[in-house]
Design a protein around this ligand. Sequence first.
Ligand SMILES: CC(C)(COP(=O)(O)OP(=O)(O)OC[C@H]1O[C@@H](n2cnc3c(N)ncnc32)[C@H](O)[C@@H]1OP(=O)(O)O)[C@@H](O)C(=O)NCCC(=O)NCCS
Length: 174
Amino acid sequence: MSSRTTVRLIETADAAPIAAHRARDVEAFRRWEPAQPAAFFTPEGQAERIDRLLAAHRAGTVWPGVVLADGEVIGQATVSGILPQPHLRRASLGYWIATTAQNQGHAGRAVGLALKVMADELGLHRVEASTNLDNLASQHVLRRNGFSSYGVAHSSILLDGRWHDSLLWERLLE
Ligand SMILES: CC(C)(COP(=O)(O)OP(=O)(O)OC[C@H]1O[C@@H](n2cnc3c(N)ncnc32)[C@H](O)[C@@H]1OP(=O)(O)O)[C@@H](O)C(=O)NCCC(=O)NCCS
């Protein structure tokens, strides 16, 4: 039986498990996630990063979530670039799941839960996401949650030392 997926707002105490996941998965994530400074892979560096995310949350621009499997932190789901103005009401969604918990449906369910937060808590109208053209797992996750791709942004992200195109995704929340 698969474990239960939940999402909640990130806390300072999440720094240690996040640093441990990201340090262990550095090679596996190299293709998909931007390079990070050494501090990113330490509990102290993550605690500082979490403080910054929570400050951005208080300012209303970010909803920084963690993904849990049966209560254990296994990843993050972050709503960023929140534009709450009545004529926009949109944001971007990003996520990662630790290699130890992948291919069990957690990202699919976490994105579904994040969509509920965006619609019900944040009152957003539209959400955007982007994936690497080769990131078929991430594309599956978005498609299964009702996203459609609407274009390609050329040379838009530096991954593993090379600029990559990004596939752009959208979903309306109401
Ligand atoms: C992408 C990622 C979030 C997926 O997390 P996950 O919990 O394993 O995802 P799920 O189990 O919910 O779903 C993965 C789906 O992709 C499919 N999949 C996995 N690897 C695949 C591959 N190489 N080719 C095609 N499909 C693949 C799975 O079969 C599953 O399909 P389903 O929805 O039909 O069951 C995770 O792999 C990850 O964090 N990767 C590294 C960082 C990253 O890519 N972040 C996203 C950047 S846009």
